[in-house]
Design a protein. Structure first.
Lengths: 116, 112
């Protein structure tokens, strides 16, 4: 079946504008993660969803960042009043929780965000 | 804070040799470690998972070890090929939540 998809693939915005990034996980995957990856850096955890609820939001860097998930499927990450330091690749991953919390995560291709 | 550290220097090896990458963790005891491969412009792809009670795990040309005394995992690629050139990431779930901690990755170059 289809993998994790993300849109847009690239987004260029001006400082101060709001942006929305979308993630379509693999059908049936109840766990969904958002990460941020700056150039040459590892993945920085942002938020974890289990179904529609987010039991771990500990990685959101400020209150300008928020995320929601509806219908246990699509998720949207919103960044308000973007700053230049928000420029990065935003990656989404989904995972099946069936049987184990150790299950592998399937990643999307990412959205490259550039804030001018 | 809970951390995973990988050698930030790129690893250059000759085709056919064994590549060995290191992952060290600090300030926690992960129940498992995962290894992912990431190619430029793509999301990471899962390769292997090893649990804390396992000393070694193999999959085709890949081998992972987990040493809880040294707080370290080693990732080996035997008979390496140019197609193995990529960045390899080590990851684990932190304690006290659902956060997944990733290392910064080690870039591997395999020369023909």
């Amino acid at each position: 079946g289809a993998g994790v998809s993300q849109s847009p693939s690239n987004k260029v915005t001006e400082k101060g504008k709001d942006v929305e990034l979308r993630c379509d996980p693999i059908s049936g995957h109840t766990a969904l993660y958002w990460y941020r990856q700056s150039l040459g850096q590892g993945l920085e955890f942002l938020i974890y969803f289990q179904g529609n609820s987010a039991p771990d939001k500990s990685g959101l860097p400020s209150d300008r960042f928020s995320a929601e998930r509806t219908g246990g499927s699509v998720s949207t990450l919103t960044i308000q009043r973007t700053q230049q330091e928000d420029s990065a690749v935003y990656l989404c991953a989904s995972s099946s929780l069936a049987g184990s919390l150790y299950n592998e995560q399937f990643f999307g291709p990412g959205t490259r965000l550039t804030v001018l | 804070s809970q951390k995973i550290e990988q050698n930030s220097e790129a690893l250059n090896i000759q085709e056919g040799k064994t590549a060995t990458l290191t992952c060290n963790y600090t300030n926690y005891s992960p129940a498992y470690l995962q290894w992912y491969r990431q190619d430029p412009g793509r999301g990471p792809v899962f390769l292997l998972l090893i649990r804390e009670n396992e000393k070694e795990k193999r999959k085709e040309r890949l081998k992972v070890t987990f040493d809880t005394t040294l707080k370290q995992s080693l990732f080996h690629i035997t008979a390496s090929q140019p197609a193995d050139s990529a960045t390899y990431l080590c990851a684990s779930r932190g304690t006290g939540g659902f956060k997944t901690i990733f290392g910064a990755g080690t870039r591997l170059f395999v020369k023909a």
